[in-house]
Write a protein of this length. Sequence first.
Length: 334
Amino acid sequence: MTVNETLAQASNAMVYGSMTAFTGAMAAFSISLAKGRRLEAIEVSAERASASHQVRMGSTATLDKPAVSTSVSDGEELGEGRRAGNIGMSLTWLGTLLLGAGIIFRGLSAGRAPIGNMYEFSLAGGFAVGLTYCLLSLSRDLRWLGLFITIPVLLDLGLAITVLYTESAQLVPALNSYWLAIHVTAAVVCLGAFTMGAALSCLYLVAQAAEDRVAAGMEPGRSAAIAQRIPSADRLDLMAYRIHAFMFPIWTFAVIAGAIWAEAAWGRYWGWDPKETWAFITWVIYAAYLHARATAGWRGKKAAYVAIAGYAAILFNYFIVNIFVQGLHSYSGL
């Protein structure tokens, strides 16, 4: 089947349009973060966290303290930051939709699933990150998170068009299987959610550092500039946990689907190919994260570091293993 060059060029135009929209969104979210403010102060968050810790430890010393009002959601903004945040959200939706259209045109140009090489997977990964953020924003105010989502999406797309780009073409024979859509789609969905989970875990560490300093009677420190504009550490920790807990079974399915595809393609379910090995390492790290959250001594910062390590393993598997390590999964297209 010949490649439709018109659709291929349309795909490229959509990707560039998406990058333009995400760049505008990044600028808007930067303004929103700079001018917005969190209604719940760091001092209140630190007091709430301290009270929660004492309750868990069985202390009744906090029972006589007045309750902290929770009528306003964490991260809500007032003033000029709100308008910039709304613009950022609109541009993020636009960028995500344009990127989705670019992916569709890429697939139509070659008459196949558009996830056959690193360039196409990078587009799909950026789309998954943007779509995950947009969909979650429908049920809660996530404008404060926008800057930390648009930056990795732009880095991903920039790398895709400058380093990973390949012309639209047919798949290599080994990839001509319906398992491509099943296995890779599951991996793309996980990439989008785990990126958001990693961003939340990093922001949790920033917020927790500021709250710890305030609880110890010190100034919030350098992290105050960001910590005062994002939700409390406890809230960020809970959000990150929910995302990881929900996506872990899907990542498990992606690994199992890859093994089934390997048996159909190469006659064995598992051969410790470099990419298989790192997929398993990633699975172990995220399993350790969920176990850490269930273990009192490993909650909080330690669990956040494990979650970030899991995302680092995903990036290592994608960029280092795909590009520099030879194996049966060497289909980067570079």
